[in-house]
Design a protein around this ligand. Structure first.
Ligand code: C5P
Length: 409
C-alpha cells in the first residue's frame, strides 16, 4: 500500500490503554509512505513514551502548547498548516468532549482548532463511556459542525474486563481508512512527469541559446498535480523558482538532458505534461574554448534540431497519457491542432503568447485545452489558479481514456 505517499499525517494520541497500538499505527502509516508527526497529550505519555513514537515516526514528538523550544522549531500554527489529515488514535471520551466544546486548552485541541485539514477520530474507551449519551451527543455535534470522520470503534473484549463497543480499530484498518480519505483526489496514486522552463543550448563554455520561459506555468502545474494526489517529477530547465515541496525535481540544462530525464523511468509515468519551452535548434558543435570576436561583420552559426521530447514520449512503447503546450503568436488554435496530431498527443494547451499580460514570464495566463473532441477555454487568471483548473480537466480526460481502454484498476 503506497497510497499515502507524500501525505502528511498528524497523529494525535490521547490517554487510553489503546495508545500502545499507536506505535504500530505509526509504523504502518510510515510503511504506506506517509510523513508522520506525533502529538501526545500528557495523559497519553502515561501509557507510552514519546521516545518510542519519535523513533518510529522519525520526527520529534510534540507535547506541549507553551513550549518555547518546540515553538522555535515547528510552532503549533505551522504544524496545523502542515497536516493533510489529522488522525486522533486513540481518541478518548474526554478528548472528544473537549473537541466538541471547541476548547484549545492543550496542544492537540489547539491544533484541531487551527487546522483546515480533515480530522479523523478513532475512539477508544470503555463500552459504558462509549454508550453514554454525552459522548454520543458530542460526536453528533462534531459531525454537524466540522469535517470529521469517525473510524470505529470496534466491539469485543476490553482491557478493563468488559465486553462491548469501544475498542480502537486495529492499526492496519486505521492506516487503510486514512489512505481511503485521499482516494477521491483527482490524481491519487498516479505518477506525473512535468517538463518546465527553458533549455539552454551551449555555443561555447560561456554562451548559450535560450528563451524567456520563466517556468512559472510548469511549476504551478507540479504543485497542482501534487495537491491532486499525484507523485510528481518536475524536469526543469534553468529557472529561478523554488521547487514546490514534496515534488521531485530533476534539474537539466539542454534538450538532450531533458529528454534523458523524461525517458528515465517513463514506464512508471501515468501522465506526461510538457510545459517546457524547449529550444528547437542547438549549435552543431560546442566550441571547446570561448569563441573570439573576429574581423568579420557577420558570423554564421550552424544549428541542428534538438530532439522533440513530447513527441518522443508520445510515440514510445510505454506511452503515458501525453499533454503538450502550444505557445503561439498567431493562428493559435490552428497551430495547436496541427501539433496535437503531428506529435500524437492526447491533449494540447493552446497559449496565445502575443497577448499582453499572459503567457511567457507573466504571472497570469489564459489558455484553450484542445483534444480530438475537446475544446475548453479557460479565461485569464493567475497561473496557480489556472494550473489547478487545468489539472482537474486533464485528470478528467485521463480517467475517461484509461477507463474506456480498460487499463485503469
Ligand atoms: O513544436 P513546439 O515547440 O511549438 O511544441 C510545443 C510543445 O512541444 C510543448 O509541449 C513543448 O514542451 C514540446 N516540445 C518538446 N521538445 C521539443 C520542442 C517542443 O517537448 N524539442
Amino acid at each position: 500500500m503506497h497510497r499515502l505517499t507524500n501525505r502528511r499525517i498528524l497523529l494525535g494520541i490521547t490517554g487510553g490503554i489503546a495508545a500502545y497500538k499507536s506505535a504500530e499505527l505509526t509504523r504502518q502509516l510510515k510503511t504506506a509512505g506517509a510523513d508522520v508527526r506525533v502529538v501526545m497529550t500528557p495523559a497519553a505519555t502515561e501509557f507510552i513514551t514519546p521516545l518510542t513514537l519519535q523513533a518510529l515516526s522519525g520526527n520529534p514528538v510534540h507535547l506541549q502548547l507553551l513550549d518555547s523550544d518546540a515553538e522555535a522549531g515547528m510552532g503549533h500554527i505551522e504544524l496545523a498548516k502542515w497536516a493533510d489529515l489529522i488522525l486522533i488514535a486513540p481518541a478518548s471520551a474526554d478528548f472528544i468532549a473537549r473537541l466538541a466544546a471547541g476548547m484549545g486548552d492543550d496542544l492537540l485541541t489547539t491544533l484541531c482548532l487551527a487546522s483546515d485539514a480533515p480530522i479523523c477520530l478513532a475512539p477508544a474507551m470503555n463500552q459504558a463511556m462509549w454508550r453514554d449519551a454525552r459522548t454520543q451527543q458530542n460526536l453528533a455535534s462534531l459531525k454537524q459542525s466540522i469535517d470529521i470522520r469517525v473510524f470505529g470503534p470496534g466491539s469485543g473484549a476490553q482491557a478493563c474486563g468488559d465486553t462491548g463497543m469501544g475498542r480502537m480499530l486495529e492499526p492496519a484498518e486505521l492506516a487503510l481508512l486514512c489512505a481511503e480519505q485521499f482516494e477521491t483526489l483527482a490524481l491519487s496514486g498516479r505518477t506525473v512527469f512535468i517538463t518546465a522552463g527553458p533549455t539552454r543550448e551551449a555555443l561555447d563554455p560561456v554562451r548559450y541559446i535560450s528563451n524567456h520561459s520563466s517556468g512559472k506555468m510548469g511549476y504551478a502545474l507540479a504543485a497542482a498535480a501534487r495537491d491532486a494526489g499525484a507523485r510528481v517529477r518536475l524536469i526543469s530547465g534553468p529557472v529561478s523558482l523554488p521547487v514546490p515541496e514534496r515534488v521531485e525535481c530533476v534539474h537539466v540544462e539542454s534538450a538532450e538532458q531533458m529528454l534523458a530525464a523524461a525517458l528515465d523511468g517513463l514506464e512508471t509515468c501515468d501522465l506526461f505534461i510538457a510545459a517546457a519551452a524547449v529550444v528547437d535548434y542547438r549549435p552543431v558543435a560546442v566550441a571547446e574554448h570561448k569563441i573570439k570576436k573576429g574581423a568579420d561583420e557577420i558570423m554564421e552559426l550552424r544549428l541542428t534540431k534538438t530532439p522533440d521530447i513530447v513527441a518522443t514520449v508520445a510515440s514510445s512503447p510505454q506511452r503515458p497519457f501525453t499533454v503538450g503546450f502550444a505557445a503561439e503568436t498567431r493562428d493559435v488554435l490552428a497551430y495547436a491542432r496541427d501539433k496535437l496530431a503531428r506529435k500524437k498527443l492526447d491533449l494540447i494547451v493552446a497559449n496565445d503568447v502575443s497577448a499582453a499580460g499572459i503567457g511567457f514570464n507573466s504571472d497570469d495566463n489564459a489558455v484553450t485545452l484542445i483534444g480530438a473532441d475537446v475544446s475548453d477555454t479557460l479565461p485569464k487568471t493567475s497561473k496557480q489558479q489556472l494550473a489547478r483548473q487545468l489539472i482537474n480537466r486533464i485528470a478528467e480526460h485521463f480517467h475517461e481514456q484509461t477507463d474506456t481502454s480498460g487499463q485503469d484498476s
